[in-house]
Design a binder for this molecule. Structure first.
Ligand code: PRP
Ligand code: HPA
Length: 180
């Protein structure tokens, strides 16, 4: 793996393809074990999670369903700041075991705002699977059930994650170069 340049920034190799895929295999094995006999519904959050969700889903041997949603944030009319709505969350979640799939939990704001909305749909259970977690950056309390890699608080791209729209197609994960 060599450095990549996206727009004006340079990124160093961080996690190679084999490392990512091996870890996803371990997460899938855990899920296969823990959801044996159940039929969980995976809800993957676009855009970033598409690649992780796809590779994780391929490694499942249990019966499972998947649905993709997009979160849209807009300024609320009161002082509460941004409000998140989920586009595409049209499935009946009552009685379902849901696994939310994210590419990264950074500050935790996205999931902290989305999870209460998900609970309104009355799923039986909700767990979170995220490929990456930046513990030092996370400011919102969250229980993360399946974490691929805990990473330092540096900007990363690749494998679904973008820098200003670019880099999502990379098979590996790169982090912003120190001197960039
Ligand atoms: O924990 P947080 O600080 O909220 O950051 C994590 C969120 O940020 C990214 O999404 P983004 O809004 O950039 O959209 P994208 O997935 O379409 O790139 C990522 O996919 C997570 O959803
Ligand atoms: O480090 C990151 N990289 C790309 N997208 C992100 N969204 C939150 N954190 C990141």
């Amino acid at each position: 793996m060599t450095q990549v340049t996206l727009h004006d920034k340079t990124f160093d190799p961080y996690l190679n393809e084999a490392t990512i895929q091996a870890r996803i295999g371990e997460l899938a094995a855990e899920i296969n074990r823990e959801y044996a006999g159940k039929q969980p519904l995976f809800i993957a959050i676009l855009n970033g999670a598409f690649m992780f969700a796809s590779d994780l889903f391929k490694q499942l041997t249990i019966d499972a369903e998947i649905s993709f949603i997009k979160l849209a944030s807009y300024k609320g009319t009161n002082s509460t700041g941004t409000v998140i709505t989920a586009i595409g969350l049209d499935q009946d979640l009552i009685g379902r075991d849901v696994i939310v799939v994210e590419d990264i939990v950074d500050t935790g704001k996205t999931l902290a705002e989305f999870l209460p909305k998900l609970q309104h749909h009355q799923p039986t259970s909700v767990r979170i699977a995220t490929l990456l977690h930046k513990p030092e950056a996370t400011k919102h309390p969250l229980t993360l059930d399946y974490v691929g890699f805990s990473i330092p608080n540096k900007f990363v791209v690749g494998y679904g994650l973008d820098y200003d729209g670019l880099g999502r197609n990379l098979k590996e994960i790169y982090q912003l170069a120190e001197n960039a």
